[in-house]
Design a protein around this ligand. Structure first.
Ligand SMILES: [Zn+2]
Length: 77
């Protein structure tokens, strides 16, 4: 039982795709009321050229899961 010749995957041509983030742009976050919202375009680099595949938006404060904001409260002591 041997594999027929010509079926090896090593001769398959392959194409390199590179996902690249464009320069982020800061904007206003309506949740935490600060200039901390970032929008970045996602660029896909292929042998045929560059195409935009989408954008990603997040807030430095709201989306920081490592250091979430403490719950806001008013001290009425
Ligand atoms: Zn925010």
């Amino acid at each position: 039982m041997s594999r027929p010749p010509g079926t090896a995957a090593s001769h398959r041509p392959w194409t390199a795709f590179v996902l690249h983030a464009a320069t982020p742009e800061a904007s206003w976050c309506a949740v935490c009321k600060a200039w901390t919202c970032l929008t970045v375009g996602l660029l896909l680099l292929t042998p045929d050229g560059i195409s935009t595949v989408g954008t990603r938006t997040w807030c430095e404060i709201c989306d920081d899961t490592d250091h979430p904001l403490p719950p806001r409260r008013i001290d009425r002591g």
